[in-house]
Design a protein. Structure first.
Lengths: 219, 254, 239
């Protein structure tokens, strides 16, 4: 198994030379260092490190999968697999007019429901708001939910969605990936899909992974 | 906020109360302030006030030191001394402070513990040092360590009757004290070093190295505190400052 | 303070056949506790420390939360069976102080400001003790934090140094620790040259202290290289 280069916290990535600082790095006296055990990305324009492990930190615009953990008077708190819950206000979760005097909000989403949504606000102290006011957001029904290391999601999706499309096509499963490390899967061959996803997660730092998955699902 | 101001001043080489970086606040020492204790002291650094009482008892020695007396140091951060202090069992700061003071006394061999056996292997003197914080305006450790040394130096040993029981209110000689350890906490903000921080200054300290020094300039205890690191090459400077300053404070202890 | 009449260093050789500047056999393993976000086991001779990290996770009760930054909490604990005479379980004054100094030894290395209101919880269990337990625990917790994906400026490497039978030594074992003239637990961030733990008890001249600190720095560089290897080992596959 060939592996990609791995750096550790405190490893020097190079002089900054006016480049953009991406995620996972810090600067000291114009030198850029890694914050994480991870895979370095150093280009002419940017320096960053993709951590090999870690907890999900909410970012504005992320598409995440949340689980309803409490129903409030005017919305829902979602567990988004992070130290910070997201609040989904009624107006961001339901399109129709709701008379709060008469309608119980559990009619729309109840505790334990799984929701695909977008993070529409993240403040500096990590107060998070979610929204479902777009085409892709919806309640996810009847599937299974698996948890992977959030930093591995980009690898699971692959370049321009190549990896996840491969898994979807080969297993004929419906798959929704949340950037917060939760993945929802529905379909007859979900076992195969899960196996493939977990393999990508485990070996994300190796080279030649697409071929391996192709072979695995081709059998 | 006052601490932001304190930080700005320190970075510009000044302090909130106009002191030099290595200058302590005015120090007041009173001995024998508690009549019910065998030894005691009150120490004031500016508005920081500490009382130390020493109680003497008898007890069985520790199995690994059958011929030595027992030394025990505790500290109480009583709620009267600061809005941040809470009632209840000692917290980690009080425990840490007591243990640093304990190490300064014990490791300097200030008290000749081996002279405190009454019946070797069976009965020895126990020396209980209790540190009481009365008012916290910064640098509790140096004040508590100084008060403990002063209190131990004036501690009397109770008289024993023929059966070996303590005769209350009567004394027979003093605690055998042979060294004078002085604890100096050297505070660091960036590349600035200073001593005897006020409460505001303590809030902006990067790191602090508390060093106990004996009269022969030997170092007998150290503890790094604060939530930033200290540049390796800075440590020697901090040790030098502590050794130098300890001489001055020791003169206050007669 | 020396409590034994036994000579601990004879002809420049220590009771466990080491040279003064030689550490015991050091072993490190990352990722042995599945339930934790990060974990490690470090052995210095017979001293064995396990460390795990849970979090960052929400901090309750809410009044403990800091709106600008996350916090690190550390618990250092010795198992009742880790020493010759059973140690009663639960915290004592020593473990409370050690938990604090270990936290302060690791905090400078962390970007806790990335996790406002949250907590990172680090746990150290000494399951077998033969001296230098806190520094062994710091090495393990540093590995656990890195493997948990907590953002860090550098790793933290730690070792003990001291004076035994008049000789300056590194990595004191239990017997040496109990009978030393001086004993210094030390930790630093090797790439940053920053000292994050420095405690001492005993009697030393300034010159001896400075020499010991140089020895500690050298040893920490070696330990750091082992920590690197242990972390990379976890991600190395078969050829």
């Amino acid at each position: 198994m060939k592996i990609r280069e791995i750096v550790l916290p405190g490893d020097l990535l190079g002089e900054r030379k006016g480049r953009k600082l991406g995620a996972g790095v810090y600067e000291e006296n114009d030198k850029v260092f890694s914050k994480f055990l991870g895979i370095p990305r150093v280009s002419e324009n940017e320096l960053s490190v993709i951590p090999l492990s870690g907890t999900y930190l909410p970012r504005f615009g992320d598409r995440v999968i949340g689980i309803v953990e409490s129903v409030e008077l005017s919305g829902w708190f979602l567990d988004i697999n992070s130290p910070y819950p997201a609040f989904l206000p009624l107006s961001e979760g339901v399109e129709e007019f709701v008379d709060l005097q008469r309608v119980d909000l559990t009619r729309f989403y109840d505790i334990g429901d799984v929701i695909f949504c977008k993070l529409s606000r993240v403040t500096k102290d990590k107060t998070v708001q979610a929204s479902m006011r777009d085409f892709e957001s919806r309640k996810l029904r009847n599937g299974v939910l698996i948890k992977v290391t959030p930093t591995k999601i980009p690898r699971i999706i692959g370049k321009e969605g190549s990896m996840i499309t491969l898994i979807k096509n080969k297993t004929k499963c419906e798959i929704v990936t949340g950037q917060n490390g939760l993945i929802w899967i529905r379909g007859e061959r979900k076992d195969k899909a899960i196996e493939a996803i977990l393999t990508v997660e485990k070996e994300s730092h190796t080279i030649g992974l697409t071929e391996k998955i192709e072979k695995m699902l081709g059998e | 906020m006052i601490e932001t101001y304190a930080l700005e001043l320190i970075q510009n080489g000044k302090r909130v109360d106009g002191r030099e970086f290595t200058q302590f606040r005015d120090i007041e020492i009173k001995e024998n302030v508690i009549e019910t204790a065998e030894g005691s002291a009150y120490v004031r650094f500016g508005n920081t006030k500490v009382i130390v009482g020493v109680k003497i008892g008898t007890g069985a020695p520790f199995p690994d030191t059958p011929n030595e007396g027992i030394l025990s140091v505790s500290a109480e951060f009583t709620p009267l001394a600061s809005p941040e202090f809470e009632a209840g069992p000692p917290g980690e700061d009080a425990i840490e402070l007591a243990r640093i003071v304990d190490r300064g006394i014990r490791e300097s061999k200030m008290i000749e513990l081996e002279k405190l056996a009454i019946t070797p292997g069976e009965k020895v003197w126990s020396v209980f040092v209790d540190i009481y914080i009365i008012d916290n305006q910064g640098n509790l450790l140096d004040a508590a360590a100084l008060a403990s040394v002063v209190a131990l130096m004036n501690t009397r040993l109770p008289k024993l009757d023929v059966e070996g029981n303590i005769v209350k209110g009567e004394y027979d000689g003093k605690l055998p004290v042979v060294h004078k350890p002085i604890t100096i906490s050297v505070c660091k903000v960036g590349d600035k070093l200073f001593l005897d921080p006020t409460k505001e200054e303590e809030l902006v300290i990067d790191a602090k190295l508390s060093i106990a020094v004996r009269e022969d300039d030997k170092i007998c205890a150290m503890q790094k505190q604060g939530n930033k690191g200290i540049e390796f090459d800075f440590i020697e400077k901090m040790v030098d400052v502590a050794i130098e300053k300890s001489k001055e404070l020791r003169k206050l202890v007669k | 303070m020396k409590r034994t009449s036994k000579e601990l260093i004879v002809g420049g050789i220590r009771t466990d056949k080491r040279l003064p500047e030689q550490a015991r056999e050091i072993k490190m393993k990352v990722g042995n506790i599945f339930s934790a976000n990060g974990s490690a086991e470090v052995r210095f001779g017979r001293t064995v420390a396990l460390a795990s990290v849970h979090g960052p996770r929400p901090l309750f009760p809410r009044h403990l939360q800091e709106s600008q930054t996350g916090i690190l909490r550390v618990r250092y604990n010795m198992a009742p069976f880790s020493v010759v005479d059973r140690k009663p379980p639960g915290p004592d004054r020593r473990s409370i102080e050690l938990s604090k100094v270990i936290r302060l030894a690791l905090e400078p290395a962390l970007f806790l400001e990335d996790y406002p209101k949250a907590t990172v919880d680090g746990f150290i269990e000494i399951i077998q003790a033969d001296g230098s337990t806190r520094v062994t625990g710091i090495n393990a917790l540093s590995l656990a934090l890195a493997s948990a994906g907590i953002p860090m400026r550098d790793l933290v490497a730690a070792c003990s140094i001291g004076k035994v039978d008049g000789t300056l030594v590194v990595d004191l074992n239990g017997e040496e620790d109990n009978n030393s003239e001086a004993d210094i637990p030390f930790a630093m961030m090797p790439n940053k040259n920053l000292v994050t733990l420095l405690q001492m008890d005993g009697i030393l001249t300034k010159e001896e202290l400075m020499k010991l600190l140089d020895m500690a720095k050298k040893m920490c560089k070696k330990i750091y290289e082992m920590q690197r290897e242990a972390l990379l080992e976890k991600y190395k596959g078969e050829e």
